[in-house]
Design a protein around this ligand. Sequence first.
Ligand code: FAD
Length: 464
Amino acid sequence: MKDISCKLLVIGAGPGGYVCAIRAGQLGIDTVIVEAKKAGGTCLNVGCIPSKALIHAAEEYDRIAHLASGRNALGIRTTKPEIDLSRTVAWKDTIVGRLNNGVVGLLKRAKVKMVQGQARFRDGKTVEVETETGRQVIRAETVVIATGSAPVELPGLPFGGAVISSTEALSLTEVPERLAVIGGGYIGLELGTALAKLGAKVTVVEAQERILPQYDVELTRPVSKKLQALGIDVMTGAKAKGLARAGGTLLVETESGSEVSIAADRILVTVGRRPVTQGWGMEELVLDMDGPFIRIDETCRTSMRGIYAIGDVTGEPMLAHRAMSQGEMVAEIVAGHRRVWDKQAIPAVCFTDPEIVSVGMSPDEAQKTVDTRVGHFPFSANGRAMTMLNEDGFVRVVARADNHLVLGIQAVGQGVAELSAAFSLAIEMGARLEDVAGTVHAHPTRSEAFQEAALKALGLALHS
Ligand code: FAD
């Protein structure tokens, strides 16, 4: 097979890699992208998109089940729903397929050459790819590592059989009767909640003292309340030890040191993700590392000239939009533009029930560096939330006390994921409380709670 020479080689076609390659192609850079599995990476194939499809299906089912229970205030009568999970999964696969083809089409349109297969470094400028038709050697002036991350396995609970990762959980064709979720982070809770809504008896086992430890208690309280309402048992300070010999039982060491058994047909392990830095020749390049991640500077350069790294392989926050933004920046740098990572904040959204959004600093984080004002507006005082029969949650705005610069915005509540754009924009544009308070917000919308929280921080609340 004839060797390929190019200006830019991107390894991995997840959100980081494919965005980098598309922008590079648009800028006229001769670009090749290598992908071992499917274009779109974790996010599109086994992450963000399929999980949100499953969550949506579960929400619809739960909503109809609630209406059918006769306990609803809306006066709607309907019959109990049924779910055929294999059809739900087939629907989810069609969405993944559409987006998959979309990414391939966009790469083609940007004149990016895609090579299918596992890349392996020969040296810092050369990789070889085992393709279906033989070994392909690719030489490049610049290489971008965008190999992403993979689920972490627990030593006593290797994946296989009843023990599954998020990938298998997204393709179950039947709702497990009893599901144990190990790890109360966002992935475990999103999937655990969806499967509980579809009828599984779910137990969450979390080693730390509380679920979603990266968010403060005020933000996670409504989520804990809903988990309880759904009948999900949450064990905190508890460590999964392994399976009982008889099978179908998970052994857990509780906070007090005693051992309990949890009957489970499936055990979903969501204890984190590890960067894909091993097994494909990268370790031989001896790049500087930052713990398990590749160390990068503010332009995503690694310690080796001509090699950049983006996305999950470079550390937290392991989120698709961070990977995409880094990918776009690196493509522009390779094209000769002056760019550096100067983002004020990266939004984090947790698609639990209710959803959580956090952008910038929490009140505690901000208070460590500067005097603050915090405004808090509950959805129980928001007309739109009342009409949607879901008043749980609030919007919170954190600002500097002296000049009112907004430092952080958080929300928990139904549908607040969609407020993340307004929150991020406010922080990126350097908004002050007066800017948010002085912006006319459409009525009746949940977004009014953002304006009201800013008014409250200014001591000018109107509706609370
Ligand atoms: P990846 O998407 O992991 O892509 C890396 C690609 O590189 C893969 O396709 C892989 O096959 C390929 N590759 C690896 N090694 C090689 C090699 N040697 N040769 C060729 N190809 C290689 N993030 C959000 O922002 N929002 C969400 O709602 C969200 N939900 C998630 C839900 C789940 C269940 C999971 C698992 C993740 C979720 N994430 C979410 C995280 C998100 O998926 C990742 O942050 C994102 O995919 C990272 O993008 P990436 O480009 O760095 O890597």
